[in-house]
Ligand binder design. Structure first.
Ligand code: AMP
Ligand code: MG
Length: 356
């Protein structure tokens, strides 16, 4: 048991006292949960192996799942990576601070517990005033995975962090809701062509435009198949999952939405007939389709606004577990643009998938 202090902070202008206190905790080897523009992170001094070990314990995270190192400026980049390819500068200059994580060669200062024994380190500069101030004040790079219990939906609000990590970490900085609601995009620049390891808040199209060439998008980045261990450790573990079994209905062609709605409705009726309590996760345009047949209907956002869907996704999965239904059925979205990040998360969270 750890005594947890929760500070409510203004996301734009955080209290200097709260950030100083949290930075001191990081320097002393403690754990601090903090907001970023993607999801909340659980941070420790990236140079302190013992402190980073505590992250794995607090989250119940498998030890073979490496952790992203967060930096506040380019001088810290040179402390954590031993070589920085041209493409890394090209992307970082345009997209940092922001939701982009780059895989680079590890500097020996970064202990193996951060990289799960790999010679590569994943690095990003977050675009959130609280995160940047915390790292600057701590004056060390901060290793931070998402601030949830391992396997659970990632936290997009301070109260999600409190729910999962209260009495497991020293400090929680609560700055309300995060902006994107899905994690950063992870790119491996050490392969040729560069490879997407995890789709995230920046789209593949954004990154290709800046690089001026295509990047490889393997099946596992779509949330399909299994990740090869050497390429994307940790990605083989089940992720983002609510306790409620989740069935994802995907369309062959999202231009023919009616087929998807009919298949989802049939799945609802099928479970109802077998005596289950059923929730549906749908959209502003489609939720009426299930009224009167499902026990609960959750709206994750509008089909016309994928940013809204991404922002609400993890909170909706957490709400689902509070409904006490036996099963949930969710309509998919097209896995293009930010939809790729959404579908990667939902596929990994689902217990089975239906093709409409
Ligand atoms: P999380 O911050 O909990 O969303 O997890 C961070 C993810 O970054 C992990 O699941 C890994 O797949 C990925 N990652 C971090 N470091 C590395 C690395 N050195 N090589 C490959 N993937 C990494
Ligand atoms: Mg995570």
């Amino acid at each position: 048991m750890v005594v947890t202090k929760v500070f409510r902070v203004d996301p734009a202008k955080p209290s200097v006292d709260a950030v100083r206190y949290a930075a001191r905790v990081i320097r002393d080897g403690g754990l601090v949960a903090f907001p970023t523009e993607t999801v909340y992170g659980l941070g420790a001094n990236a140079f302190n192996a013992k402190a980073v070990e505590r992250i794995y314990v607090a989250k119940g995270r498998p030890l073979d799942n490496p952790i992203i190192v967060h930096i506040c400026d380019f001088s810290q980049l040179e402390l954590v990576a031993s070589r920085i390819p041209e493409d890394a500068y090209r992307l970082a200059e345009r997209l940092w601070p922001g939701p982009l994580t780059l895989l680079l060669p590890r500097d020996p200062r970064i202990p193996y517990v951060v990289t799960a024994g790999l010679e590569t380190v994943a690095v990003r500069m977050p675009a959130h005033p609280v995160a940047l101030e915390l790292i600057r004040e701590a004056n060390v790079p901060v290793a931070a995975p998402s601030a949830n219990l391992s396997g659970k939906p990632s936290p997009t609000r301070g109260d999600h962090v409190v729910e999962d990590l209260y009495s497991r970490v020293e400090v929680i900085l609560d700055a309300g809701e995060t902006l994107y609601g899905v994690e950063s995009t992870i790119i491996n620049l050490l392969s040729d062509p560069p490879m997407l390891l995890r789709p995230g808040a920046y789209t593949v199209e954004d990154i290709e435009r800046i690089l001026g060439r295509s990047i490889a998008v393997p099946e596992f980045a779509r949330g399909l198949g299994e990740a090869e261990k050497a390429l994307a450790p940790g990605m083989k573990h089940r992720h983002y999952a609510p306790n409620t079994p989740l069935i994802l209905v995907e369309a062959e062609d999202y231009g023919e939405l009616q087929r998807l709605l009919d298949a989802t409705r049939r799945a609802v009726l099928d479970y109802k007939m077998r005596g289950f309590k059923v929730a549906v996760i749908s959209y502003a345009e489609t939720y009426k389709h299930y009224e009167g047949i499902a026990d609960s209907v959750l709206v994750v956002g509008s089909r016309g606004n994928i940013y809204e869907v991404a922002r609400n996704l993890f909170a909706t999965l957490r709400t689902l577990d509070k409904l006490n239904v036996d099963v949930a059925i969710m309509e998919g979205v097209e896995d293009k643009g930010l939809g790729l990040a959404v579908m990667n998360r939902v596929r990994k969270a689902s217990t089975s998938r239906i093709k409409a």
